[in-house]
Design a protein around this ligand. Structure first.
Ligand SMILES: [Zn+2]
Length: 64
């Protein structure tokens, strides 16, 4: 478990090994973490502005 703060909402989260961002944080504890909530709202924004299907966006990593 890694404790880190979301880059956007600044809330603290515990990131487990099942999280796609876990390995990145493990390798670089200063890497930015984006929580699921913020990631989802970013994908919605991206969909509205680009018309892209969020499934086409590489989850979690696209915006970092
Ligand atoms: Zn967040």
């Amino acid at each position: 478990m890694i404790r880190t703060n979301c880059f956007f909402c600044k809330k603290e989260f515990e990131v487990g090994a099942s999280d796609p961002q876990y390995k990145k944080l493990r390798a670089n504890p200063k890497a930015s973490y984006v929580c699921k909530h913020c990631n989802d709202s970013m994908q919605k924004d991206a969909q509205q502005t680009t018309g892209l299907n969020p499934d086409m966006i590489d989850s979690h990593t696209k915006y970092l």
